[in-house]
Design a protein around this ligand. Sequence first.
Ligand code: IMP
Ligand code: MG
Length: 179
Amino acid sequence: MDTLGTVLVTEEQIAEAVTRMGAEISADYEGKELLLVGILKGAFLTMADLARAIQVPVEFDFMAVSSYGDATKSSGVVRILKDLDQEISDRHVVIVEDIVDTGLTLHYLLENLRVRQPASLEIAALLVKEGIQQIPIDVKYRGFDIPPDFVVGYGLDYAGLFRNLPYVTVLDESDLPEI
Ligand code: IMP
Ligand code: MG
């Protein structure tokens, strides 16, 4: 596949960041067991690569959420399409996200998971869009701060496409397929 638009984060940069995040998590959770909660679908690649960079024992679970709104904007109304398979009370939980944009999705998820009383609850996100968070979210493990452009690749989609790109690129309008 030809490279789309302006590459913002290369495959090598992603690999470096994920390795660093994995080392940070491994140090912080030494001697503990961790439950990684991946947010489908966007986080599937970050989850797969980050998990392999973590040295402490990890279990996996997934949630799928959708936020109502148009294709490129979050509305803040979040619907759970798939909930966790397991209980998280007394577990050390790290939510794994592809990107934090307005922060509305993660704000909702944090509230939703906190009431289940995990032993701890933190967030790992590959990308954080700077400057447009409506709700400040404390992203403890973060890959890159990026400008507020709409990006695709490495799990992130536009209308379901481009998730398989191994890099993150700004989506130019001229790249859009006719759909
Ligand atoms: P938030 O609720 O605005 O923080 O949005 C979070 C969700 O919106 C992410 O998990 C993505 O699924 C989606 N999203 C936000 N920004 C982008 C983007 O630039 N490209 C693709 N999806 C995005
Ligand atoms: Mg997502």
